[in-house]
Design a protein around this ligand. Structure first.
Ligand SMILES: *Cc1c(COP(=O)(O)O)cnc(C)c1O
Length: 764
């Protein structure tokens, strides 16, 4: 590809002819790869397996009288979707046997319309394989009665198995697949069509560039489709010819590296069998098995029946399901990329997870959406974890996976840690004090450490200016998070109340850059020529919150942040509720639309009714409090395992409390005492403790360099995991004593380093 000039095919130039020739050669090579004769089959290049399936579906929709569609329970979503075009009815079969019986019974009686039967060569959920034998039955039925066709979804199968189409009569009429699943590259798919069944495409209405011989547009409407080959009529527009050349190279390279698909199949089968045995034998110390594996046959060496895919869920030693999101978080720190969720296989999932249509509808009504964190609902998992093995997998990979599961998901001690509220007794009231205060003016960016000699204002929403701003992606409008963009921590916001501005800087020394933003909301909003430019209200999605923000549209602001993060983004400011209501009637906001977007997110388990607690852009609650003693204890545990201690900054707390040396005897620290508190009184004001803060791998980001590592999440997951969730620190919020906001403001509620912290184990 670096040595040749490939022109757009279909012209006479040398470069164009070169492309045409390579495309035609590769087409033949694809047929050979599947042992298919070019006399019996044709290959249509498409974007992916789904595009091939849809091409067949569209052709059947256009048949006279519509079509009947039958599909297998193991079908991938892309195969299920065909049913929406089937105007003569549809049916989901539990097995290929049931499908074959249906074909036998209905062949003679359904001559007035066409039928299409589809099934996967391999379930992408369980790896359960289905041979082309059913296609032969359908082919035989068509020879006798006509009108029946088979669609074979080979996308999952062909990645680890040979597919032999040498006997055309036992081959599918239409075979869909994606090459990237076999070779990794290029992103390209194919529909292999048995020529005998190619006539179903003759009713196709649309034609695109390259598919016709002649078109008349003036005076009359007439065109003549290309006649020579099926692919000529079906490949609309310019083929992805560079991809096709790459496919040619991929086939050769794959052969050189792995020999044959048969060799790949055997290699994967051995590995899968080994992995399956290891997973099945995994037990907690109390004997309870760790993995619930979803498969039809546990014998992975029977390659005709079973492919190298293992889908499973984890179980705790107390017989509870482990949430897949938690597994993903831990896998992330171990650099394991794991596929989880409902895997685009609705029928297989419902069957293996034993979810009835009613339960699925109820889960949906309760908010379950594809890819979200509703992992376990009504005591049942809504998805699973999947391990797929391929040509390049090896025993070391299996050791990595097993090591990960054994480290985090197998209980060696008979019982798990419990939050025990009797453990800690609160002694002297002078014991705890505020060690330091931090705010995060821009969500997910660096902390602004409040100088110890300053008393900081507290509002209903939390510490003044905390997470008042965020950065939003200019394309999606979503708020950026450190989880995806660790470099956000290199942006340092500083509040300069004297000059009424927020300064944001990054870089050091001569490379330091900074920008100043006025704190004045009204000016910024009114004055379009100010640095802030015009603020426009935009809906932004943020985990756990409904948020409306004002976006800074000034190019200066957006280019500052875009340059800093190398992500197209700009600054946005939250609109507190009282501001929103009070100012809504005023001019500058009157014409601006303020919409709300809701994102399902996790709230802390013990969270009281949050409707009265106002939240800005912070994920979960107004104020996050951690304890120095708990950080110390955690660091001791990290060091015991040979790890490196972490600074308290990684927990991004607002308040760090510590135990006064005067009131604490040596070795008498009370780590995790805060877990049992219901209330804390700081500078004589009452705060409710709302619940423990659930943690993710974001705590592994070094707050000075933006570099990710394994700790402290790895040790937290081993020592601080309850019900599959990892907790550290407590959410607190100003107790609602019935004061309205103005009273709060007037009274000037503040907090300062050194303030006494008096905890209570009961609520007043
Ligand atoms: C991956 C897959 C598909 C879809 O393939 P795309 O390349 O996403 O179109 C369809 N069916 C099965 C069985 C698959 O594994």
């Amino acid at each position: 590809m670096s040595k040749n000039l490939f022109g757009n095919p279909h012209s006479a130039s040398e470069s164009s002819q070169l492309s045409t020739q390579r495309v035609e050669d590769t087409r033949l090579k694809v047929l050979r790869f599947f042992n298919a004769s070019p006399y019996a089959f044709d290959v249509v290049f498409v974007a992916n397996a789904t595009a091939g399936i849809k091409m067949v579906a569209d052709a059947f929709r256009d048949q006279e009288g519509g079509f009947f569609y039958g599909y297998h329970r193991d079908a991938h979503t892309s195969l299920v979707g065909v049913r929406e075009l089937a105007s003569r009815g549809q049916r989901c079969f539990k097995s290929t046997e049931e499908m074959e019986a249906f074909v036998g019974i209905n062949a003679a009686t359904s001559r007035d319309h066409v039928s299409l039967f589809a099934y996967p060569g391999q379930s992408n959920m369980t790896g359960n394989r289905h041979s082309t034998a059913t296609c032969r039955k359908i082919d035989a039925a068509r020879t006798l009665w006509g009108h029946m066709y088979s669609l074979y979804d080979a996308a999952s199968l062909v990645s680890t198995s040979p597919l032999d189409l040498s006997d055309a009569s036992s081959s599918p009429d239409f075979t869909a697949l994606s090459f990237y699943k076999i070779f990794g590259f290029p992103d390209l798919g194919a529909l292999i069509i048995k020529k005998e069944a190619g006539h179903v495409f003759h009713r196709r209405k649309y034609f695109g560039g390259g598919t016709t011989e002649m078109i008349i547009t003036q005076g009359e409407k007439w065109h003549s489709p290309k006649q020579q080959t099926l692919h000529d009529r079906l490949e609309d527009g310019t083929l992805p010819f560079h991809n096709i050349v790459a496919l040619d190279v991929a086939i050769t390279t794959h052969q050189r590296l792995f020999g044959s698909m048969k060799a790949v199949s055997q290699h994967c089968a051995q590995l899968a069998q080994h992995l399956c045995e290891r997973l099945s034998n995994l037990r907690h110390a109390n004997g309870i098995k760790v993995c619930e594996i979803y498969n039809i046959t546990p014998d992975y060496t029977k390659t005709k029946e079973q492919g190298p895919i293992i889908t499973f869920n984890l179980i705790t030693s107390r017989w509870q399901w482990v949430s897949k999101t938690e597994v993903e978080k831990l896998a992330a720190i171990k650099n394991i990329q794991i596929r989880s969720g409902s895997l685009c296989n609705p029928g297989g999932m419902a069957y293996h997870l034993k979810l009835s249509p009613e339960e699925l509808r109820r889960n949906y009504a309760e908010g379950l959406r594809c890819g979200d964190e509703h992992d376990i609902m009504e005591g049942k998992p809504t998805g699973a974890l999947r391990i797929s093995l391929g040509a390049m997998s090896n025993l070391a990979d299996i050791e990595t996976v097993m090591g990960f599961l054994e480290e985090f998901y197998v209980d060696k001690a008979p019982s798990e840690l419990v939050l025990d509220s009797d453990l800690v007794q609160i002694s002297s009231s002078e014991r705890f004090y505020v060690e330091s205060l931090s705010i995060y003016p821009i969500k997910s960016c660096a902390a602004f450490k409040i100088p110890p000699n300053i008393s900081w204002k507290i509002k209903r929403e939390g510490l003044a200016w905390d997470r008042e701003w965020c950065l939003v992606h200019q394309g999606t409008g979503a708020a950026l998070s450190q989880k995806r963009y660790p470099q956000m921590t290199l942006l340092r916001p500083t509040l300069d109340l004297e000059h009424n501005q927020l300064r944001i800087s990054y870089g050091i020394g001569a490379d330091e850059r900074s920008i100043d933003i006025s704190l004045d909301r009204e000016t910024a909003a009114l004055d379009d020529s100010s640095l802030c430019g015009s603020l426009s209200a935009k809906a932004s999605s943020l985990c756990g919150d409904k948020v409306t923000v004002h976006v800074y549209t000034s190019p200066e602001v957006s280019s500052f942040f875009t340059d800093a993060l190398k992500v197209p983004c700009t600054l946005a400011r939250s609109i507190p509720l009282n501001f929103r209501y009070a100012k809504a009637r005023r001019q500058p906001y009157q014409n601006r639309k303020q919409t709300q977007v809701s994102m399902p997110g996790a709230f802390p388990s013990r969270m009281p009714d949050s409707s009265t607690n106002r939240i800005l852009l912070s994920n979960e609650s107004p104020i996050l409090m951690i304890s120095r003693s708990s950080v110390n204890r955690l660091n001791e545990q990290i060091k015991e395992d040979g790890g490196r201690a972490v600074p308290a900054d990684v927990f991004r707390a607002n308040i760090i409390i510590a135990e006064s040396p005067a009131a604490t005897a040596p070795n008498d620290e009370q780590p995790y005492a805060e877990d049992t508190w219901k209330e804390v009184h700081i500078s004589d004001r009452r705060f409710d403790v709302m619940g423990s803060c659930q943690r993710c791998q974001m705590v592994c980001i070094d707050q000075y360099s933006g570099v990710r590592s394994e700790e402290p999440f790895s040790t937290l997951a081993k020592t601080r995991r309850f019900d599959g969730k990892v907790f550290f620190g407590q959410h607190i919020c100003p107790a609602d004593d019935g004061d309205d906001d103005d009273t709060l403001e007037e009274e000037g509620w503040t907090i300062q380093a050194g303030d006494a912290v008096v905890p209570k184990n009961e609520r007043d």
